[in-house]
Design a protein around this ligand. Structure first.
Ligand SMILES: NC(=O)c1ccc[n+]([C@@H]2O[C@H](COP(=O)([O-])OP(=O)(O)OC[C@H]3O[C@@H](n4cnc5c(N)ncnc54)[C@H](OP(=O)(O)O)[C@@H]3O)[C@@H](O)[C@H]2O)c1
Length: 277
């Protein structure tokens, strides 16, 4: 165990890139102990150095969040190193392109294994530690389209809705022990996410995907850091994101009409991609 425990002690999945990496750096700048998890060990090693360089204490634990035993081992490594866990950020995830009726069962199961079960395993491993401590804060990363389904991303949306439901349930359950749980719903964010969407999202041909403003990942990171210890049921990003969520709650058919623009843009992009290939 470390001589002086840095605070807070933060475990972050999907830390090798994007929102996870920025969140790690944001905590490290405040002197936190950060436990970084992802599959790419080389990326984690580089980020460990970067976090140490800005004042944090960092370790990397190569982890596939789709494997329950690996997530348990990640949490055990954090407790072994620092003696406690103050913040768990269940962030690892990827996108899947395609209409729902055209997806294979395997595509759907694979994305649930990572985006939903990865979050579930993270919560299940961290909650007993936090209950013992009578303190802690879990952040589960969903999406704006985990609040309103979007065409061609049904598999991804389903995983993020599942994360939202699980998070709402846990928030009330864990409040009994003083543990906080927050759902984080980013809008489009500048990361490697689009490049990693499976099965040919027609990015370069889509007006929406090429022109839409993207938030910096650091903005998501800073909101998470600021929310630690606070009673924040959810963080929904951007005015457009808040508007879509509100319209969908009050008037779903109007939200359908908004989504129709996106659908038609993507359909055109698919046709242009097919013509040029
Ligand atoms: N970017 C956006 O527009 C946006 C919007 C809303 C929500 N989000 C959500 O934000 C989260 C972070 O995404 P990002 O935008 O930062 O994308 P990103 O740059 O592609 O980062 C994704 C991270 O997840 C990790 N990961 C993927 N599969 C994993 C697995 N099986 N086990 C462990 N780690 C895994 C990746 O690391 P390895 O490949 O090294 O394992 C990587 O560190 C995701 O949950 C995403 O759904 C993103």
């Amino acid at each position: 165990m470390a001589q002086t425990t840095p605070t807070p002690v933060v475990v972050i999945t999907g830390a090798s890139s994007g929102i996870g990496a920025e969140t790690a750096l944001a905590f490290a700048r405040r002197g936190a102990g950060v436990v970084l998890a992802a599959r790419r060990a080389d990326r984690l090693a580089a980020l460990v150095r970067d976090c140490q360089g800005v004042g944090g204490v960092a370790i990397g634990v190569t982890t596939d969040v789709a494997e329950a035993d690996q997530v348990q081992a990640l949490v055990a490594a954090a407790v072994e190193q620092f003696g406690r866990i103050d913040v768990m950020v269940n962030n690892a995830g990827y996108g899947q392109f395609g209409r729902v009726h055209e997806l294979s069962d395997e595509d759907m199961r694979r994305i649930f294994d990572v985006n939903f079960f990865g979050v579930f395993y993270g919560c299940k491993a961290a909650a007993p530690v936090m209950i013992r401590q009578r303190s802690g804060h879990i952040f589960n990363i969903s999406s704006i389209i985990g609040k309103r389904g979007s065409p061609f991303h049904g598999a991804y949306c389903a995983t993020k809705f599942a994360v939202a439901g699980l998070t709402d349930s846990m928030r009330v359950e864990l409040a009994h022990w003083g543990v906080r749980v927050t759902l984080v719903c980013p809008a489009l964010t500048e990361t490697q996410f689009s490049a990693n969407v499976r099965d040919g999202e027609p990015r370069s041909e889509s007006k929406y995907l090429t022109r839409a403003a993207k938030m910096p990942a650091r903005k998501v990171a800073l909101k998470i850091v600021e929310a630690v210890g606070k009673r924040r049921p959810q963080i929904v990003f951007t005015a457009g994101g808040k508007f879509l969520v509100a319209v969908n709650a009050l008037w779903p058919s109007a939200a359908d009409r908004i989504m129709k623009y996106y659908h038609d843009d993507l359909l055109g992009a698919i046709q242009r991609t097919n013509e040029t290939s």
